[in-house]
Structures are given as structure tokens and as C-alpha cells.
Design a binder for this molecule. Structure first.
Ligand SMILES: [Zn+2]
Length: 351
């Protein structure tokens, strides 16, 4: 039975959460972004409300993948200071969901391309500012570098990878995002071979709007340790058994999947069935400012539709810790701290 008290957002908000799939580019406080846009002389609507409407997926809008993608713009920034500022304020919003640990992903190209900033410099600025905010709020962050297929060729991605790979020990892995239909996994094998040779792990967006075969390809050709979305895994029993056996987890995102059309009816989203059958799945927000939601909203949906109780939520978060890209020693320490945070939550809300 779902726990009714957990359906109270002002309680659930404080449940400690581990998140493995969130894009910095999709998690801005829009008031700050509006300030920066105005300061930089961009053409913006005259009110914050209108600015929000322009930069968010329409409330109750029909699923539309291209409309969703059109909300990511890369011309906001005019200086490294702008990037530092928006990153800092983005991470300051994580407190509202009681983020305990996050692997925050960002694409250096997104931040650099408009002004042709140095990709390594941009990455350092993002990581430095994000950590500054994280330390203030006592939350733990690591970073994933997003590589966007379709925007850059494999050779360009390899060149960027060489530029940025040494910039920070806080980078714990690499992500392949973007148009999965037209740029399938086999086109990026050289890039991911290099990444694995350097000892990094990879998470690959796959099976979001493509068949389960793409998930197999992401695992077999790119050695994916995790899969972004992977909704189409629901169509393939053999794949589900494989994910379970190898502990390859699916980073699932309920609101995002509805808006992009990956899975239109959240009440039948594969998350519920996969979770109850023991396939490793986690809950994530993906791009909360574009979706006009926060991570707690995704938890609310999961509790409502998939009959989750507090123990289930804890299990999902422990799955996330075990599937994180930390070392075994770091995972063990994080797990014990997480259990302590959960105990404090239980005590505070008498759950
Ligand atoms: Zn994503």
C-alpha cells in the first residue's frame, strides 16, 4: 500500500534523494536566467511569466520531442562569469528536493559554442561553481560529461574529450545524449573505447525513443554501465534479465518521458513493472526547469501510480548508490551516510 503521508509533497520533499540523471542545462532557476539574458541584451519577453512560458514545455501540452529539445538554447552566456553564476544558482535549487548525492551532467560544448570558449576552461568553471554551492548546502556532487551525438562528429567529440578529460578528478564518467534515432551507438565506438581505456564509466541515452535493440547495442558496443531512460526495455524480457544479472541500471525520468513522447501515459510507464520485477531502475528528473517540475514531483507520480511505500523509495535510492560511478569504498561510505539521513527523515516525520 502506498503511504498516504508520502503523497504530501511537503513531507516527500525532505526524503533524501540520490539522482543519477539530470542535465545542468535543463535545471536553471528561470528568474536568474532571465536576469542574465536581460543583462546580456538578449531579446526576451517583458515579464518573467512570459519568459517562463517561452522556455518551458507547455503545461498539459501534447507530447512533442522536437518542441522539448527546442527549449535548450545555448546563447544565454557572454562570459565565463555568466556560466559560473547560472551553475551556482542551479545547484542551490537542489536543496528543495533534499538531494543527497547527484551525478550532475553537462555538455561543455553547450556552454562554449556560442562564444567559442575553451572547452576545458568552461568545464572547470562549471565544476568549481557547482561544488561551491554544493559545499554550502552539504550535498555531494560528482560530474558526468555529456557528449551530444548529432551536434558534433565522432572526431570532434574525440578532440573535445582529449581537451577536457584531465580537468577535474570530480568527473566520474561520460554520457552520450542527443538524437539516438539518427546516430546509433555503433557510430561512437572509437570514442567510447578511448573513454574506457582511460578507466571511465559510461551511461548512454538509449531506448528512449528507439527500440530495445539500441539498449543492447549501447551495452555491447559502448560498454554502457547505465542506460538513460531505456523505456523500451519493457519490450524485451531477455534484456530485462540481462540488466538484472549484470546490474546495469536504467535511469528513468517519468515527466520527461511524457513530454517527449517516450512514454505518454505515466500511469502505465515501464518503471512500475520493472521495479516490482527487480530490474534495477532509478527515479530522475532529467530537465526540471524545462518540464516545470522538480524531482519530488517525479517521486509523487511514482508513488501514486506504482504503489510504492517508503521501503521501496529507500530501495530505489540504494540501487542508485550501487549503480553510481563512485569507487566501491566511496559507495559503502555513501550508503551508510544515506541510511543515517533516512533515519533522520523517518524520525522527523514519524514514518
Ligand atoms: Zn537525459
Amino acid at each position: 500500500m502506498a503511504n498516504d503521508r508520502l503523497l504530501n509533497k511537503e513531507v516527500l520533499r525532505y526524503f533524501p534523494k540520490v539522482e543519477l540523471h539530470r542535465h545542468l542545462e535543463g535545471t536553471y532557476p528561470l528568474d536568474k536566467l532571465y536576469e542574465i539574458a536581460k543583462r546580456n541584451g538578449l531579446s526576451v519577453p517583458s515579464t518573467l511569466t512570459a519568459f517562463r512560458e517561452e522556455n518551458q514545455f507547455p503545461a498539459n501540452g501534447q507530447p512533442d520531442f522536437l518542441l522539448f529539445l527546442s527549449k535548450f538554447k545555448n546563447d544565454w552566456y557572454r562570459s565565463l562569469g555568466d556560466i559560473a553564476e547560472i551553475t551556482y544558482h542551479a545547484v542551490k535549487t537542489f536543496r528543495q528536493d533534499a538531494i543527497f548525492y547527484m551525478e550532475l551532467r553537462f555538455n561543455p560544448e553547450h556552454y562554449a559554442v556560442f562564444n567559442n570558449f575553451n572547452r576545458a576552461e568552461v568545464s572547470k568553471v562549471v565544476i568549481h561553481s557547482a561544488l561551491q554551492a554544493a559545499v554550502e548546502d552539504n550535498l555531494r556532487l560528482k560530474f558526468l560529461i555529456t557528449l551530444n551525438r548529432g551536434k558534433q562528429t565522432e572526431d570532434d567529440l574525440i578532440a573535445m574529450y582529449h581537451q577536457i578529460k584531465g580537468v577535474s578528478p570530480e568527473i566520474c564518467g561520460y554520457d552520450l545524449a542527443g538524437d539516438e534515432t539518427n546516430y546509433p551507438p555503433h557510430e561512437f565506438q572509437r570514442l567510447f573505447n578511448l573513454i574506457h581505456q582511460d578507466g571511465f564509466k559510461a551511461t548512454i541515452h538509449a531506448g528512449e525513443v528507439s527500440p530495445a535493440q539500441q539498449i543492447w547495442d549501447a551495452i555491447r558496443l559502448l560498454n554502457a554501465a547505465r542506460i538513460g531512460h531505456g523505456t523500451s526495455a519493457i519490450q524485451d524480457r531477455e534484456l530485462q534479465a540481462y540488466l538484472k544479472d549484470k546490474n546495469i541500471l536504467l535511469e528513468q525520468c517519468l515527466t520527461s518521458n511524457r513530454q517527449t513522447g517516450s512514454w505518454k501515459d505515466t500511469s502505465t510507464h515501464p518503471f512500475g513493472k520493472l521495479f516490482h520485477e527487480g530490474v534495477p531502475v532509478t527515479l530522475n528528473s532529467d530537465d526540471p526547469h524545462i518540464q516545470n517540475t522538480d524531482l519530488t514531483d517525479d517521486y509523487l507520480l511514482a508513488i501514486r501510480y506504482f504503489d510504492l511505500n517508503l521501503d521501496d523509495l529507500i530501495r530505489i535510492n540504494l540501487t542508485a548508490i550501487r549503480g553510481s560511478f563512485l569507487s566501491e569504498k566511496e559507495k559503502a561510505a555513501l550508503e551508510s551516510d544515506y541510511q543515517a539521513a533516512v533515519s533522520a527523515f523517518r524520525k522527523r516525520f514519524k514514518l
